[in-house]
Design a protein around this ligand. Structure first.
Ligand SMILES: *Cc1c(COP(=O)(O)O)cnc(C)c1O
Length: 447
């Protein structure tokens, strides 16, 4: 599928961003030139996937496409049981409801918005046990997504294994800048948790991109295929939630995968309540077919090298011009350090949100905030959370844009960076209760 891009005038963009309350999530897509809001559901499907869409078996129960999907999941990720869901958060909802009891603690390598919210809605509390380097945009640690084993061990000592239903393990850690974990770290997490009888549940959303970094950076992994590394990552965990809208190259879809029969039985039963019958989970048969094919394509070496390579191309260009970005460059996105670009704006004036709006105004390129707005509020005290990282994310859809588009993006960021003294801070004038970054509205502060 090819999108016809539309260029807009400065006046049109001024009106559009004002109407959107300076929140790029509230812009209309037709007012956007190059859309780097997210890599979620925005990738281009292949000819094979589109052919699969024509082979939808839209039976209510036991669709042929479900069994294709189950085969693909078992072949690539290696888990025993599959519960399809409408997208990643559907799987997060179900697993949180089954495993978490009120008062439980869920340690994880940096929070993700929807994952953490579902853990909290189930009565649990997320505890960040990522290494300190992850919070430092300038640290060039090769595996900034790693768990700090001392932090995890002291959490187990402090709360007791009974209060920890599982460790929530993410790959290509989004909020840290798309930073990978190493196999060595995951193996260590596995043996520590095993000794205490604690499960590891993987957020497998960007597992292929993480595997690519392992192949490139981890000693002894260079000769293995992406598929082998993905298989080993999954084998070190008890189950996964998947937002298939990312790595798996579909516009919608997700799943929960498990090894334990008893948990699978509960999950397939809750799926019936919240998603749809356990053999479609909110997806059409054709969606499951496209996903089954996308899973195979996601671990192809040439694809993943080109995908991560394009992110690197954009990142290197920006870094080369002295624009402060999170290093090392992540797998799915380039993250601009808004604190460094706008040091005169205090965090309460939302510098990353303001920078993202300024980039849209300049060129019609849509990015998003990953900072204080995304971090939201502490659910117990209601107080705002002020994260160390205040970032603007330039997220690349897979197989959609060319390197020339990346040049346009980079030149716009450079232009905004050069006129950064004119960017005004923002005041939040509307704040929704949950996941506020999606729907919040802002107004510029005077000078
Ligand atoms: C997108 C995403 C999710 C949530 O999945 P949806 O498909 O958007 O519901 C969970 N974890 C990570 C890391 C994600 O990027």
């Amino acid at each position: 599928m090819v999108e016809r891009v539309r260029m807009t005038s400065r006046e049109e963009r001024e009106r559009a961003i004002r109407d959107a309350g300076y929140n790029t999530f509230l812009l209309r897509s037709r007012d956007v030139y190059i859309d780097l809001l997210t890599d979620s559901g925005t990738s281009a499907m292949s000819d094979e996937q589109w052919a699969g869409m024509m082979r939808g078996d839209e039976a209510y129960a036991g669709s042929t496409n479900f069994y294709h999907l189950e085969d693909a999941m078992r072949r690539v990720y290696g888990y025993r049981y599959l519960v399809p869901t409408h997208q990643g958060r559907g799987a997060e909802h179900i697993i949180s409801k089954i495993l978490i009891r009120p008062g439980d603690i869920i340690p994880g390598n940096m929070y993700f918005t929807t994952t953490k919210l579902h853990q909290e809605l189930a009565g649990g509390k997320f505890l960040d046990v990522i290494i300190d380097e992850a919070h430092d945009p300038a640290s060039t640690h090769p595996f900034k997504g790693n768990v700090d084993l001392d932090k995890l061990e002291s959490a187990i000592r402090k709360y007791g294994a009974k209060k920890i239903p599982y460790v929530s393990m993410a790959v290509s850690v989004n909020m840290a800048g798309g930073q990978p974990i190493s196999l060595e770290n995951l193996r260590a997490v596995r043996s520590l948790t095993k000794a205490h009888g604690i499960r590891v549940i993987l957020d497998a959303t960007r597992v292929a991109e993480n595997a690519y970094f392992i192949k490139r950076r981890e000693p002894g992994q260079q000769k293995r295929t992406i598929a082998e590394i993905v298989g080993e990552i999954c084998s070190l965990t008890d189950g996964c939630t998947m937002s298939a809208k990312k790595d798996c190259l579909v516009n919608v879809g997700g799943f929960l995968a498990l090894n334990e029969e008893e948990i699978y039985e509960q999950a397939s039963n809750l799926c019936v309540v919240y998603e749809g019958l356990h053999t479609y989970g909110g997806l059409a048969g054709r969606d499951m077919e496209a996903l089954a094919i996308g899973i195979g394509e996601s671990v192809e070496e040439d694809h993943i090298r080109a995908r991560v390579g394009q992110v690197e191309y954009l990142g290197k260009k920006l870094a080369g011009w002295g624009i402060p970005i999170v290093l090392p460059i992540g797998g799915h996105a380039v993250f601009i350090d808004a604190r460094k670009v706008l040091p005169r704006l205090p965090q309460k004036h939302f510098p990353a949100q303001a920078l993202s709006a300024a980039i849209y105004l300049d060129s019609g390129v849509r990015t998003m905030e990953r900072g204080a707005v995304s971090a939201g509020r502490n659910r117990e005290t209601g107080k705002p959370i002020w994260p160390r990282l205040e970032l603007v994310r330039l997220t690349l859809p897979r197989r959609v844009y060319t390197q020339a588009h990346m040049d346009v993006v980079a030149e716009s960021v450079l232009a905004v960076h050069e006129s950064r003294d004119q960017i005004l801070g923002l005041k939040m004038v509307y704040e929704p209760r949950f996941l506020r970054f999606f729907q919040a509205k802002f107004q510029p502060l005077d000078s």
